[in-house]
Design a protein around this ligand. Structure first.
Ligand code: AMP
Length: 283
């Protein structure tokens, strides 16, 4: 496994692999790995001759009042974990490689970024699509693997790749959960012990929604009402949103039809958590 910090070195390695007819798979991350990241890497490993991952805490996707400076980082630990799953290359660029002086270009997907997290994080997805476009141009992968834990991100990246005719395939993989059901996230380290049971209300409310659906409920408002009550009943929770949307446009829907997704963002103490569930899928 090698670590590459320079954009030019990564591009020339990828170019050389492509000339030899080798396939490249790619998992972009912000590091501080957990089993969710490793699951993406294991799948990506199977798809190609060379697995590249990136570790980059991208400043342009954090708002001015968000947790950029305290986002958890531990390169040594991530390095060992990546080595154990058979990663070939870690792209670990410094900020000056990604956003040199006079940087001024951004990529914006207009519609899928409006709802859900886009409501309270207005510049977030512009940062995500910009950094992913740059990373795709740097790594030149045939396949890029994303987690559906960040469902809006996955849908938005797929939209961008289709709209801009980017020559790679986006693969989405299911959310990896802790034994108790909590969706794995690098931000879970911020949770105090007494906040854990409140954090579990996210997955419990998705399960409640699925049960109501199984019993024939199709009105979004009814499901949202019950799940809101469930989350409000837990200590230290502040709901950012609970919504039911069309799974590909992410527009709110009143009546649940095929491919609907329920998505929620809740602050537990000071930690903002997100989770989602596509109706009919298993947990
Ligand atoms: P991050 O480091 O949080 O930017 O995440 C990097 C990638 O890992 C993204 O594609 C995420 O959607 C994915 N990911 C994060 N948490 C999970 C999880 N619990 N299950 C599956 N994928 C995940």
């Amino acid at each position: 496994m090698i670590v590459i910090e320079s954009v030019a070195a990564m591009q020339s390695m990828s170019e050389s692999l492509r000339r030899q007819g080798k396939k490249i798979s790619f998992v972009p991350t912000m590091g501080y790995f957990h089993e969710g990241h490793l699951a993406l890497m294991r799948e990506a490993k199977k798809m190609a001759d060379c697995l590249v991952i990136s570790i980059y805490v991208n400043p342009t996707q954090f708002g001015p009042k968000e947790d950029l400076s305290k986002y958890p980082r531990n390169f040594e630990r991530d390095y060992k974990m990546a080595q154990n799953v058979g990663v070939d290359v870690i792209l670990y660029p410094p900020d000056k490689e990604m956003y040199p002086e006079n940087y001024q270009t951004y990529v914006l997907v207009e519609k899928t970024t409006q709802n859900l997290c886009g409501l309270s994080r207005p510049s977030h997805f512009r940062g995500v699509t910009t950094v992913c476009s740059k990373l795709f141009n740097i790594v030149k992968p045939h396949y890029a693997v994303f987690g559906k834990k960040d469902y809006q991100q996955y849908v938005t990246i797929k939209r961008m790749v289709a709209d801009l005719n980017m020559d790679l395939e986006i693969i989405g993989l299911p959310t990896v959960r802790e034994a108790d059901g909590l969706a794995m996230s690098s931000r879970n380290v911020y949770l105090q012990e007494n906040e854990r049971s409140s954090a579990l209300k996210l997955v419990e409310s998705l399960k409640l929604a699925q049960r109501m659906y199984d019993q024939g409920e199709r009105k979004s408002s009814m499901i949202i009402k019950e799940t809101t009550n469930l989350i409000k009943s837990a200590l230290d929770t502040e709901i950012d949103y609970i919504k039911i949307c069309d799974g590909s446009t992410l527009v709110d829907i009143e009546n649940i039809t095929a491919e609907a997704v329920m998505a929620l963002a809740v602050k537990v103490g000071t930690t903002r958590l997100i989770d989602n569930h596509v109706f009919g899928e298993t947990f």
